[in-house]
Structure formats: C-alpha cells, structure tokens
Ligand binder design. Structure first.
Ligand code: ZN
Ligand code: ZN
Length: 405
C-alpha cells in the first residue's frame, strides 16, 4: 500500500463546558478547523477511558497508542527524558527544585529566591555523581530553580512519596507507597539525599555569598513525582514509520521521546499563550520532509483553562487555527484533537471526551461542519478511546497490515 504522512495536533485541555451557552471552541472564529471538520471525519475521544479524568502524561501515552495502565510509571521519567537526560532501565526519576529551608527544615521559599539557571547549574555540580547505599545520584539542573534527580541502581521503585511539601511547610519525609522492599529502599535513599543536599548546599560558596547579601539561600533540593523508567518498543518498531515531536513543555517531549520520537526544538515554542504557533507550524511542515509522522503539541489552552480565563482560551483557539491553516498546505493527514477537557468553570481537568477530526485522503466524510465538542458528537467516527487513535492513523498512513486473510 502507498504510504502517506500525517500530523497529529494535540491541543492541551481543548475540551470545555458551555459558558453563557458556548464553549470556547464554539465561540472562537476558526475557519481552518471548521474546514477540517467539514472535509473530514469527526468524533469524540475518551483519551483514557469513559469517565476517567486524564492527566496530560497518561493522555498522551494513550494517544500515541501505549496503554497508560500498562506503561505509566509516574511523571518523573517523562520530565527527565524531556529535559534531554538518558535513562537506564530501572532508573527512578524525580522533578526537583532548589528551595530555601531553615535549620528545622521548614520551607521558607520553595523557589529559593528564583535563582537563575546559571547558579542552579553551579550548585547542581555538588550534588551530581554522589553515591548513597550503592545508588548513584544523577542530578541535572534544567531551567531556573528546577532540576531532575535520577536514582540509579538495583532494586528501586517509583512507589515513593515526595519530599517537596508543595508549600511553606516542613520538608516531607519520603514514604514508601507500598509494602515492597524496593519502595522502602528508594524512600531511604531519597531521604538521605535530601539531608545530604542540605549539608552540602548550605556550605556552598554561592550560598554563603547569598546569605551575606541577605538573599534566600538555595540550600536544599526537594523532589516530587517519582517515575520509573522501563524501555518500550518505539513507534517505528511497532508500525514502521519515523516520527518527530514539536512541543514546548518537557513533559510532552518526554512522553514523545519515551515512544521513540525525535525531538525537534523550535524557537519561540514556549508552551504558553504567547507561543509562536506559526513557528511550530513551519517547523512541522519542514519536518515532514524527513519524517512520516509529526506530533505537534500546543499548550496554551490548558493554561488559560487553569486560570479560568475564557477569553484567553478563545484567543488561543484562534491562534491554533492559523497553525492548522499552515498545515493544510501539505499533502498529509491532519488529526486534530486534545488530551483532555479542562473546563473554564472548573479550572482543572475533567472527564468529558474531547473532539477529534481526521482529515485527509479517502476518509469517510460526515455531515459535521464545525469543530467543537457538540458538532463532533454527531460525527461518524462516534466515540473512541485514546489508545485507538494511533491505530487509525497508522492504517490511514498505510503502515498496518490485514489481520487474517
Ligand atoms: Zn494536558
Ligand atoms: Zn492541565
């Protein structure tokens, strides 16, 4: 069968509920998305399952064709992969941040006076490479006060709680989250690391200097969101096509890298409402020369939803519409959908399915004329699960085979 190419555009938090009778998708002026809907096949996606509230990480895994109930082992892994780290089988990764604590380990400033990337890099050197109970510590600052912590060794587990209290309370003691000896060992190592980070950082010249200037010291590294790394078969191995990812946030890059996509960096792709969607679109078109499948993630709508900002979400839809207009110039399938619903009125993720439109050669065109939650519900694709999306895309692209004879 002849092979085709495809774009998968995932708008984070795209779904919504009506505010004064209309969802942001219904309110926005979006001629390109509507054209897609009119010339394509439409439906709704329950990214994880009917009634399940999706996280962004689990929803993306599902949309890429990986059952999150089987493959999801915590967020930390994806953040680490997304920040460019190479992980080994069995590694346990955490998101970390430098913070300021008093001698009783009460958090005074969770962002340590928002130390810049350069200072964090310098401080990070004193934590990277140490060994605790035979477990190697890999510590890599990412941006500003943030970092990635990886515990590398035998017999570790992601079933461990955070040391980050997420506010100005006392630093938490990491607790094992199940009865396994692996969870206990991981919690022990993490607690020892936390104490050690305080001992080393408070004596660091940079912090002594900050103290003299009356600035908050970055005197501890707090961890959260443990994830355990287990390598999986890549999309290329499963389907045979080459894929790339264009995204701003480390989490999305991380999930994409996990399934074997190449990560393409785009200038101006910031992961906020101001993200340069046209730069992303151009990069996606360019990537199509080398790759069969290009995943484009656009974050802005979810942020606007968490802020409860209806107008910002409408504006973001209109921005993304220009991106779709750009992608329409290519002779490729366009699959437009989202990872979950984030209603403005709730300011958090919600269980309702998201619209999906499949546009391209030989799709079963239905009567739907606009792209939104309610029009999509009348589409001929009906309601599908996230994990089924990639199978459909692979078949459209000509990368699957007949089952049977
Ligand atoms: Zn999301
Ligand atoms: Zn969100």
């Amino acid at each position: 069968m002849e092979k085709s190419k495809a774009f998968l555009v995932v708008c984070d938090g795209i779904g919504d509920l009506q505010v004064n009778g209309k969802t942001p998708l219904q309110k926005a002026s979006k001629p390109n998305m509507d054209k897609l809907a009119e010339m394509g096949q439409n439906g709704l996606v329950h990214t994880i399952g009917v009634g399940v509230i999706p996280g962004s990480d689990t929803a993306h895994l599902a949309l890429f064709g990986y059952d999150p109930y089987k493959y999801y082992k915590g967020r930390g892994t994806f953040e680490a992969l997304g920040s460019g780290m190479t992980l080994e089988h069995g590694d346990v990764a955490f998101r970390c941040n430098f913070a300021t604590v008093d001698p009783k380990f009460k958090v005074i400033d969770r962002r340590a006076g928002r130390i810049g990337t350069d200072i964090a890099r310098e401080l990070g050197k004193s934590l990277d490479g140490m060994e605790i109970d035979g477990v190697k510590i890999v510590f890599k600052p990412t941006t500003e006060h943030r970092a990635t912590l990886v515990l590398r060794g035998k017999g570790l587990s992601c079933k461990v709680g955070d040391t980050d209290p997420h506010g100005c309370e006392s630093v938490l003691e990491a607790k094992p989250l199940d009865g396994s000896k692996e969870a206990k060992k991981t919690a022990d190592v993490l607690n020892k690391f936390t104490k050690k980070s305080y001992e080393l950082l408070k004596e660091h010249a940079i912090n002594k200097n900050r103290a003299e200037k009356g600035e908050n010291q970055a005197n501890i590294a707090l961890a959260r969101g443990a994830g355990e790394f287990e390598a999986v078969d890549s999309l290329e191995k499963r389907f045979g096509f080459k894929s790339a990812c264009i995204a701003g946030g480390a989490l999305y890059k991380g999930v994409a890298r996990f399934v074997g996509m190449d990560i393409l960096d785009v200038k101006g792709a910031t992961g906020t409402v101001d993200t340069n969607v046209l730069a992303k679109a151009k990069a996606a078109r360019e990537a199509l020369k080398k790759y069969d499948f290009v995943f484009v993630h656009v974050k802005g709508m979810d942020g606007a939803s968490h802020d409860g900002n209806y107008d910002a979400k409408v504006k973001m839809v209109e921005k993304i519409d220009k991106l779709i207009g750009e992608l329409l110039k290519e002779n490729a399938y366009i699959i437009l959908t989202g990872d979950h619903t984030t209603p403005i009125v709730k300011k958090e993720h919600s269980h309702e399915p998201v619209p999906i439109c499949i546009y391209g050669k030989n799709v079963r065109i239905d009567d739907v004329k606009t792209f939104d939650e309610f029009a999509a519900a009348k589409g001929s694709l009906g309601q599908i699960r996230g994990i089924e999306v990639m199978q459909i895309i692979a078949s459209l692209m000509g990368f699957t085979h007949i089952f049977g004879a």
